[in-house]
Design a protein around this ligand. Structure first.
Ligand code: ATP
Length: 361
């Protein structure tokens, strides 16, 4: 029996609702499974905890988290805590502390999902986001605070090691996909230091991957290409900030923020990787029972793949596609289904698929 130890951090807002739903689906996936089991431990690291106890992560928390096989994360953000505090004190502490330098964000149109974009069925992208430095390195400061001469700096930091490893990761990703295409995104016409370093290292690494077809695009230009020629993109590699923005656009073009997943990977395996839906805590719908749990489910698929459970990952993805394709959709996709109804339907579909496999076996 293989047991995967999973740390669960639901966080804030709808994070609690969708991660609870995702846990239910994962438990259903392994019920009566002879070989695989999950051990979940839930951590209450959230803005609520911060407001009550003054910290998101308790002392020794990261050391304990490090012992898990994977982290299943919801969302962080609260109206009572400045966004830069919640982000840096929880999510980025884990991503950067565990050197989860590769952020992977797939986008494609799931069956039955309507996009506002004509031709959205041609979207089949993976956006690779550098996740450890760049614009989010935290390098900067404030001087003369509150005075008329106040200054704030935010300095992007690009290291050869950091850039090279994300490019290599992106090339490997491109190699694993049928089209083997990789698009480099920077803004190296206007930003002539760090961005030019990105370009240079990209083409150095490209020499090791002759089978990958490469091209490059400025970050402003790629937004129009994503909309006008979606079929020309496959894997895209970009910096922390650029890819953050592009992946929200990708999620919206492929239906809604509510269905998009992401993985924060530590490819070397020295630390656990973290899996989360890309949406935030969404206060406007928190507690209403209408959060779309599909992003959290697709996230679970990515986590299963990372854990080497490819058959279970395939079964869950097929169940998600069946349910969403049947028209049972949450309000963000124009439907009326609740979080609970979608979760129950995906659990049923998972059980049916397990039965079908047993019948064949
Ligand atoms: P953050 O600042 O952390 O990105 P946010 O609350 O500003 O978070 P999101 O939560 O990412 O923004 O999403 C913006 C809006 O999209 C939400 O207010 C909500 O209306 C909608 N949305 C996001 N996720 C979902 C979901 N899973 N189901 C339904 N609607 C969603």
């Amino acid at each position: 029996m293989k047991k995967h130890r999973i740390a669960v951090i639901p966080g804030d807002g709808i994070g609690l609702e969708v991660i609870e739903a995702g846990k239910r689906v994962l438990e259903t996936l392994v019920e009566n499974h002879p070989d695989v089991n999950f051990e979940f431990k839930t951590f209450d690291w959230s803005s609520r905890r911060y407001l009550e106890q003054g910290e998101y992560i308790p002392e020794g928390g990261l050391e304990e988290l490090r012992t898990f096989d994977a982290i299943y994360f919801g969302a962080v953000g609260s109206e009572q805590v400045p966004d830069h505090v919640s982000l840096w004190d929880l999510r980025l502490k884990i991503c950067q502390g565990f050197d989860q330098y590769a952020n992977v964000r797939p986008a494609r149109l799931l069956p039955g999902v309507k996009s506002r974009l004509q031709g959205a069925e041609k979207i089949d992208w993976v956006i690779i986001r550098e996740n450890s430095e760049g614009e989010y390195s935290g390098n900067g400061g404030r001087v003369h605070q509150g005075l008329p001469e106040e200054v704030g700096t935010e300095v992007s930091l690009f290291t050869r090691k950091g850039v090279e490893r994300i490019h290599r990761f992106a090339f490997d990703m491109a190699m694993s996909r049928p089209r083997r295409k990789l698009t480099l995104v920077t803004k190296s016409n206007a930003q002539r230091h760090g961005m030019v370093l990105w370009d240079e290292i990209f083409f150095e690494v490209a020499r090791e991957y002759p089978e990958v077809e490469v091209d490059r695009e400025l970050v402003d230009a790629i937004t129009t290409r994503m909309i006008l020629k979606p079929e020309t993109l496959d894997v895209v590699v970009a910096t922390n900030l650029h890819a953050d923005i592009l992946s929200d656009l990708a999620a919206a073009l492929s239906g809604s923020l509510g269905i998009a997943p992401t993985a924060n990977l530590n490819p070397g395996g020295g630390f656990p990787s973290m899996f989360e839906p890309i949406h935030g805590s969404a206060f406007d719908i928190t507690g209403k029972g209408i959060a779309n749990p599909v992003g959290a489910f697709w996230t679970a698929v990515m986590m299963l793949e990372h854990l080497g459970e490819n058959a279970l990952a395939g079964r869950l993805m097929a169940a998600i596609e069946e349910v969403i394709g049947s028209g049972l959709q949450a309000p963000d996709l124009g439907g009326q289904a609740t979080t609970h109804e979608i979760t129950a339907a995906v659990c049923d579909a998972v059980r049916q698929k397990a039965k079908a496999v047993q019948a064949v076996g």
